[in-house]
Design a binder for this molecule. Structure first.
Ligand code: MTE
Ligand code: LUZ
Ligand code: MOS
Length: 816
């Protein structure tokens, strides 16, 4: 037995003894509901897993690197690429003029040039591509883009921040506006009001495997593109379009990504296109792998946002009317910003009923990277400001923020319709909250922390609870479709292909479990192959957390078709009804008789029964009116909640997460080990967004935080010593695959509780302050110290003055 097998065996043994809180599977014979290890776990830890850059290179392979713009906004006056062409090892230098088809890789609008023409719109934009003998030589030559002799620019006025873009009315798409009721009148008539501004930073996806594509030319104008992408079908389309070819000339394949997190939903395209262009022109395989700094400089991130909000509320903190404007930094092009902004609008409510509400979302056009999908896809940006508002409301009323949250929860009957018109029919947030408050001992710890803070002058503790309600489905209804192909070979082994992509989230494991369960086979009999556009056509991105919902159902459908054919045959041979045939434990049983699965498959082959099938799934119920921003965009909601406790050092601004309790609704989990991993990972990743990860552009629009040395993602020592994560047992009200729920994105919103706990600790440091702390996100030590300073200033001088705090760096709540 080799090391890999030993690992798998050990992991499987561990999985057999169900850990605390793991669902007892409802169908005990099935591979469903069992905490099986990730299909590639052993390969991940041993380093054997093949990522795109690990694919054995064909003889003659060349390497590409990109020459990037040096200005945030400038006209290209002239280009003289001779020096680049003459650099050691350079085979060719390509510009936009070399593109035979359309010079565009935008997913929705055609505003994303692959290589810049005439004008550059952000600092870091690719202007030319160098193709060289080696990766290193290509990069050295591409670095000549920094020389004035190579590209001469005439700088133009650059707009760098969402605030400036908003002032200049520069948007990549028209503003979105959703209004229900009469919020102005409700706010005016309310006994209490808050009004304020808030800001949250962006976030780099920081997939451990960077953007990479390897293009291999094939006969008759064919191209095979290995791409690290969440969206192989779109890569196929944009490459074909760029080469002016029909789509059937191009195959895109992806076995796995080393993370995508939304960053490879649309923005893998530039890399796939440049590698393919070079491969086509030079008739040699070409690989383009961006190094980390280039990846940071070129690709878009989570949208940062600035907010203006206002709310009126009663004496219990229940919101009577609310208004918000969310100004998102879209960057230089539209990319997916329209759908991101729509999701922000549809998550402002988070878990709360808002009878009278006005929500505006702006996609601000700035001369920076084109921001894109990132886990949560605008949902976190929408819900965060609501949680900040509720925190401020509670502090103004001197209530525990928890109680204000409970007072605003969606309820039954009158209080169950979202601002966009969808009824919340599967609401379990109240019961889930009770469970978590109990297990986390929230009320008792609140009192203990007050006691601690009274005695501790420098270190202050904070505690916060926050809930999540997250809508599941692509908010563009037609994207909610998927296909799968299942092959049963003559020996009874099964190969599954589906349109989803594996990025570490465990999709292939779950789909394999579903198929194994249909045939009553152990998981070892089912293999999932690489995603390949020549197997499943016209797929959607693996995104919106829908991977297993969509592809699990499609694969289930394909397996059921084959199973029905087998059942018919075995019923003929053993007697009985096809409908009574059972597939379990590697056997097929009916009418008191049994036959091993493999034997039945062999017999079916000889009887000329088709042993492979396709399967298709389209999510029911979803519809959306993009004009009125109303409809039923989500098939269902996923819920969760967290309680976090932090300690801050009021002299240095340092902080630590001491304990986090998380309860998350993954429906009836197909694989509790994988789902717990998603919840833990999402929590820590969201915590990074709100605390340590700070993107910072210089005055001339250069992103200065473009490597791990200056951009701090959480590490294992940032996870709390006490991290209690549980799955909430709650079969999906909708008939999803085994009544599971999507789990990829929603947990990213759970660490709102960390940010709010830091706010709580800051408030505890200045008990005499009238107002809530003005804490911006990310809550870096600098931001924490700024918030403390502002609070001290406020409590010292009434009325509150903004003195000593920079205007854009504060969150200000004022009594309206
Ligand atoms: N988990 C890992 N390990 N790596 C990833 O890149 N991406 C997240 C989430 N979890 C991601 C991840 C995002 S942004 C989404 S939309 C979902 O996984 C996509 O996969 P799913 O739909 O199969 O859950
Ligand atoms: N909608 C959505 C989308 O809700 N999530 C996504 O990831 C997405 N991607 C593209 C278009 N719409
Ligand atoms: Mo995820 S942001 O939908 O790729």
């Amino acid at each position: 037995m080799n090391r890999t097998d030993a690992f798998v065996e050990r992991a499987a043994k561990q999985a057999e003894s169900p850990a605390e809180n793991h669902a007892a599977p409802q169908q005990p014979e099935a591979a469903i509901g069992v905490a099986l290890p990730h299909e590639s776990a052993a390969l991940h830890v041993s380093g054997e897993a093949t990522y795109t850059d690990d694919i054995a290179e064909l003889q003659g392979t060349l390497h590409a690197a990109l020459g990037l713009s040096r200005h945030a906004h400038a006209r290209i006056v002239s280009m003289d690429l001779d020096a680049v062409k003459k650099a050691p090892g350079v085979i060719a230098v390509l510009t936009a003029e070399d593109i035979p088809g359309e010079n565009n890789c935008g997913p929705v609008l055609h505003d994303d040039p692959i290589l810049a023409v005439n004008e550059v719109l952000y600092l870091g934009q690719p202007v030319f591509a160098v193709i060289a003998e080696s990766h290193e030589l290509a990069r050295r030559a591409a670095a000549l883009a920094k020389s004035d002799d190579v590209i001469r620019y005439e700088p133009l006025n650059a707009i760098l921040t969402p605030a400036d873009a908003k002032a200049a009315k520069q948007f990549v798409l028209p503003p979105l506006h959703l209004k229900r009721g009469d919020p102005d009148a409700k706010i005016a008539a309310a006994p209490n009001r808050i009004r304020g501004t808030f800001e949250v930073g962006g976030q780099e996806q920081f997939y451990l495997e960077g953007q990479v594509a390897y293009a291999v030319p094939k006969e008759m104008d064919g191209m095979l593109v290995y791409s690290s992408t969440q969206h192989p079908s779109e890569m196929q389309q944009v490459v074909a379009h760029m080469l002016d070819w029909p789509a059937h000339n191009v195959v895109c394949e992806c076995r796995r990504m080393g993370g995508g997190f939304g960053g490879k939903e649309s923005q893998s395209a530039l890399f796939a296109c440049v590698a393919s262009l070079a491969a086509k022109l030079l008739r040699r395989p070409v690989k383009l792998r961006a190094d980390r700094d280039d990846d940071f400089m070129i690709t878009g991130k989570r949208h940062d946002a600035i907010y203006e909000y206002e709310a009126g509320f009663d004496d219990n903190g229940r919101i009577l009317g609310a208004r918000v404007e969310i100004a998102l930094r879209a960057g230089y092009s539209a990319d997916l910003s329209g759908a991101v902004a729509t999701r922000a609008v549809c998550h402002f409510d988070n878990a709360y009923y808002l009878s009278d509400v006005d929500i505006v979302a702006l996609c601000c056009k700035t001369n920076t990277q084109s921001n894109t999908a990132f886990r949560g896809f605008g949902g976190p940006q929408g819900a965060l400001v609501m949680e900040v508002m509720l925190d401020s409301i509670a502090r103004q009323l001197n209530h525990d923020p928890l109680d204000v949250r409970l007072a605003n929860y969606y309820g039954i009957a009158e209080r169950d319709t979202t601002p966009y018109g969808q009824r919340v029919e599967d609401n379990i947030i109240a019961a889930l909250t009770d469970d978590l408050l109990d297990s986390s001992d929230y009320r008792a710890r609140r009192a203990a922390i007050a006691e601690f803070n009274a005695k501790s002058p420098v270190l202050k503790r904070g505690l916060a609870f926050s809930p999540v309600k997250f809508g599941i489905s692509f908010n563009v209804p037609f994207l909610n479709q998927a296909g799968a192909l299942v092959h049963v070979y003559k020996d009874g082994s099964v190969l599954v292909n589906h349109g989803g992509t594996e990025m570490g989230q465990g999709l292939n494991t779950k789909v394999a479990q579903v198929v194994a369960n249909e045939f009553g086979l152990p998981l070892s009999r089912v293999r999932v192959s690489a995603t390949d556009t020549s197997k499943i056509a016209n797929t959607s991105a693996t995104a919106a957390s829908t991977g297993s919902d969509l592809n699990g159902k499609a694969a289930e459908a394909a397996a059921r078709t084959i199973r029905a054919r087998l059942a018919e045959l075995v019923a003929k041979q053993l007697g009985g009804n096809a409908g009574d045939v059972r597939f379990a434990n590697g056997e097929v049983t009916v009418n008191g008789g049994a036959m091993p699965f493999d034997q039945l498959v062999g017999a079916a082959y000889l009887a000329r029964v088709q042993l492979w099938s396709d399967g298709f799934y389209a999510t029911p119920k979803v519809h959306w009116d993009a004009k009125t921003l109303t409809g039923h965009p989500f098939y269902y909601f996923a819920y969760g909640a967290a309680v976090s406790e932090v300690v801050i050092d009021t002299l240095t601004g340092e902080w630590k997460l001491l304990r986090a309790d998380v309860l998350h609704d993954a429906g009836q989990s197909i694989n509790p080990a994988i789902d717990l991993g998603q919840v833990e990972g999402g929590f820590i990743q969201g915590m990074g967004w709100l605390t340590t990860e700070e993107l910072w552009w210089s005055r001339d629009g250069r992103l200065m935080t473009h490597a791990p040395s200056t951009y701090k993602i959480p590490a294992v020592n940032d996870t709390p010593a006490a991290f209690h994560v549980r799955l909430y047992q709650n079969p999906n009200a909708e008939p999803t695959v085994f009544r599971s729920k999507a789990v990829g994105e929603p947990p990213l919103l759970l660490p709102f509780s960390v940010f709010l706990a830091i706010r709580d600790a800051i408030a505890a440091a200045v008990p005499s302050a009238q107002h809530a702390p003005m804490l911006r996100a990310p809550a870096t030590p600098e931001a924490i110290l700024d918030a403390l300073d502002a609070l001290h200033a406020q409590s010292a001088s009434e009325p509150a003055s903004a003195q000593g705090t920079s205007k854009e760096a504060t969150t200000s709540d004022t009594n309206a």
